[in-house]
Design a protein around this ligand. Structure first.
Ligand code: ZN
Length: 620
């Protein structure tokens, strides 16, 4: 740890500690959201959930022991406590230890001198309509110059932008980046969402905590390769076997180098903490903007030191972070893309130009999901403790429900039901209650639930509460669709979800034949990808969609989360499933890009086509 960084961290920390101590019971400026480099989708709106700053600092950080380790822990906890969280102890110390760069692949292969090369700009949460309008209106000059003149229908002079590209389900960060960078789908790659429950080991995972506030798994994305350890299929980097650098992205197993931000940039990020500008309406002054710029500075440093790779992945978490927390989220996101993203993209392209490597480099722009505007209030958030939440409905059905927490003490391990939240989607996992009938009994989670005795009571409670307000009055009218399937024994492929119509399960295609839903594009196929396969049971025994699509007024849209936001995603709706998917090459023609994408879905590819597209560019 360099002396300069230590001093900066110490100075900032002591300043905050001083403020906290001085302020006593006085109200401090509202702590900013802790998404930082941690890919969190969340920040609480409920101030009651936060402990006073001074209390947090004294109780959790124990800073009277000012060893370097304690300082690193304290510093990272400062990032975390901005959301009332105190378990993020790894990121800062990890960044300082690694310098923001580590080799991920066991062997360092040299880059090909002649190409081809690929850059993938991974734009978290980018909404295609806003992005394309900004490019066409010349407000994003760097991307516009790369794409060239707009020739209509997605065709540009040097690029093709697929007009109807779609995410896999759920439309949420972790599952979607896993699909994009493996070419697989959740039921086969084992990564079904931002949160999930693994019944084989009775473990809850929350790499992006949505139903809870614990960011421990979030930190592990960077420090412990959490996604790499859970993925059941090879990554794009492993399948390619070429020299690859990945900046910031959770899916980085097998990449030659994984970069985040330089230790020096931590001080920049801390200043946002001090100033409370982690959220904020002005992109240039936002923490999100600093994060995206700082990570590009670090990856350009890596390029200068190690040379241009065959594959460079540039992840921008800031777009999504900024959008969730911005009033008028869709137009605010466009300002962010114009003021931050375009410049950051330009810096990477410029580095390639300097190395005379841009002309034969294919450039892909892709998002994991888009955003649906929502009301940022507790009435529209069906959080674990809220009236009318699915937690309450499952309890009403007679189940002991697992507390919304990453880790549980022994007295709380007798749960018979588990809920995992994805924003505009929720998974419900049920035990065979015959294995744990009494309070204090631990259920045998490797055994699937019984359909009649365990699954049906919850389905009926959800359905009736939504239809007639009984037994859970506050759930009335808030759900869109309820899915389930016959449970399968451990070690066998899970079956695809079907729709519960109040009496029985109906295959999705049959149901849609009677009740067309153009607002839920390719619903049957996308839900099969999530549910049918060896890890399909990670999406729960029951899947619930709240009313969320753009064809219902914003007052009637709901989301499953413990925090409120101005926009959400995770649903099966067109609005957050429709993503940008652009292939460009400075020296290539738009028609050539179109013919390449045509082999992988043409105008309507799924995001999982990125991996086969890149493999084909490298002739694999
Ligand atoms: Zn995302």
């Amino acid at each position: 740890m360099s002396g300069t960084v230590l001093t900066l961290v110490l100075t900032i920390f002591l300043f905050i500690l001083h403020m906290a101590t001085e302020s006593g019971s006085k109200e401090l400026p509202r702590p900013p959201c802790a998404r930082l480099v941690l890919f969190l989708d969340s920040c609480p709106a409920d101030p009651k959930r936060r402990l006073p700053v001074a209390y947090q600092v004294r109780r959790k950080l124990k800073l009277h022991r000012t060893t370097p380790t304690a300082l690193a822990i304290a510093a990272s906890s400062l990032i975390a406590f901005s959301c009332g969280l105190t378990k993020t102890i790894g990121f800062v110390s990890h960044t300082i230890e690694t310098g923001g760069e580590e080799r991920s692949a066991p062997v360092e292969v040299p880059a090909s001198p002649s190409g081809p090369r690929v850059i993938i700009f991974a734009l978290d949460g980018a909404v295609p309509a806003g992005l394309m309008d900004a490019i066409k209106s010349l407000e994003m000059p760097n991307i516009r110059e790369l794409l060239g003149k707009d020739q209509g229908s997605g065709l540009f002079e040097h690029a093709y932008a697929a007009p109807h590209a779609l995410s896999v389900l759920p439309s949420s960060t972790i599952a979607d980046w896993a699909s994009i960078f493996t070419g697989s789908v959740p039921a086969w790659d084992g990564i079904p969402g931002d949160e999930w429950f693994d019944r084989e080991t009775a473990t809850f995972f929350a790499p992006v905590p949505v139903s809870m506030i614990d960011v421990s798994d979030n930190t592990k994305l960077v420090t412990d390769n959490l996604i790499g350890n859970q993925l059941k299929v090879p990554t794009l980097y492993e399948r390619l076997g070429v020299r690859s650098y990945v900046s910031m992205l959770s899916v980085h197993r097998g990449a030659t180098y994984f970069t985040t931000v330089s230790p020096e940039a931590l001080s920049d990020l801390f200043q946002h903490l001090v100033r409370g500008t982690l959220k904020g309406q002005e992109p240039r002054k936002s923490m999100s903007g600093s994060l995206d710029r700082d990570s590009v500075a670090k990856l350009n440093e890596a390029i200068e030191e190690h040379g241009i790779p065959d594959l460079q992945v540039v992840y921008f978490p800031g777009i999504d972070i900024f959008t969730h927390a911005a009033e008028n989220p869709l137009s605010s996101q466009v300002r962010y893309l114009e003021h931050i993203t375009d410049g950051a993209v330009g810096q990477v392209l410029e580095a390639y130009r300097r190395h005379n490597a841009l002309h034969n480099t294919y450039v892909i722009f892709i998002a994991d999901h888009a955003h649906i505007p929502t009301l940022n209030d507790e009435k529209h958030r069906l959080g674990p403790d809220d009236e009318g939440s699915p937690f309450q409905a499952v309890a009403q059905a007679g189940f002991r429900v697992r507390k919304a927490s990453l880790l549980l003490g022994d007295p709380y391990k007798d749960f018979q039901a588990v809920l995992a939240y994805q924003g505009s989607m929720a998974y419900i996992y049920l035990a065979d209650r015959a294995t744990c009938p009494k309070d204090g009994d631990k259920c045998y989670w490797k055994k699937p639930p019984r359909f009649e005795e365990d699954v049906i009571p919850v389905l009926k409670t959800l359905y009736l509460s939504n239809q007639v307000g009984h037994p859970v009055a506050a759930l009335k009218g808030k759900l869109d669709l309820i899915f389930s399937r016959q449970p399968m024994a451990s070690g066998t492929n899970a079956l695809p979800f079907e729709i519960f119509d109040g009496r029985e399960l109906i295959p999705i295609d049959d149901y849609l034949g009677e009740h067309p839903r153009p607002d839920l594009p390719r619903l049957s196929e996308r839900l099969r990808w999530l549910s049918a396969g060896p890890y399909g049971n990670r999406a729960g025994d029951i899947l619930v969609l709240p009313k969320a699509c753009m064809n219902v007024p914003i007052e009637s849209r709901y989301y499953f989360a413990w925090m409120t936001h101005y926009s959400w995603h995770g649903s099966a709706c067109e609005q957050d499933g429709h993503i940008p998917f652009i292939l460009a090459q400075a020296s290539g023609s738009g028609l050539k890009m179109l013919s390449l994408i045509n082999k992988f879905g043409g105008a309507s590819p799924s995001e999982r086509e990125v991996t086969p597209l890149v493999l084909s560019i490298f002739g694999k």
